[in-house]
Design a protein around this ligand. Structure first.
Ligand SMILES: [Zn+2]
Ligand SMILES: [Zn+2]
Length: 151
């Protein structure tokens, strides 16, 4: 997203852009956008400072960190950027937008917040039903019940 500083009117400038993940250099193994990334920006200028209020949206294909199922999740992030533009005639926001998107992308995405994961014994996807084995979280709460309180 490139801006000519002299094109920013007093009331600010609204821009929207739809970029493929490749164009944003976001095509990575751990970050799979399955839609273009929609970027909308409101740009305003105060003397030598330019402010940008950015909204990004897209769809990500993930592999759930718990149950290993592929899934698609909505990606959305709002953020603000500011620049000192003294002596400059144009600005390119692309790098900063890319960085904000990368920072926001979950390292361990889940298909849903309460994903039950896979059974450690038989590997069954516990979201589809119980297999009768005890999961780690159950074991943990049992042993926790036996610990002596120190006060
Ligand atoms: Zn899952
Ligand atoms: Zn099992």
């Amino acid at each position: 997203m490139k801006i000519k500083i002299n094109d920013i009117p007093k009331d600010g400038l609204e821009l929207t852009e739809s970029q493929g993940a490749g164009a944003l250099d976001l095509a990575r193994d751990d970050l799979r956008f399955v839609s273009p990334v929609d970027i909308s920006a409101f740009i305003s200028r105060d003397k030598d400072e330019v402010y940008a209020r950015i909204t990004t949206k897209g769809k990500l294909e993930i592999t759930c960190a718990r149950c290993l199922s592929p899934d698609r999740i909505d990606f959305k992030k709002d953020f603000d950027l500011s620049y000192d533009v003294k002596g400059k005639t144009s600005l390119d926001l692309t790098d900063d937008i890319r960085q904000e998107i990368v920072l926001e992308c979950p390292l361990k995405p889940l298909c849903r917040q309460d994903c039950k994961g896979l059974c450690p014994v038989c590997g069954k996807n516990l979201n589809e039903g119980s297999c009768g084995h005890k999961s780690d979280s159950q074991k943990w709460s049992e042993s926790k019940g036996n610990t002596i309180k120190e006060e």
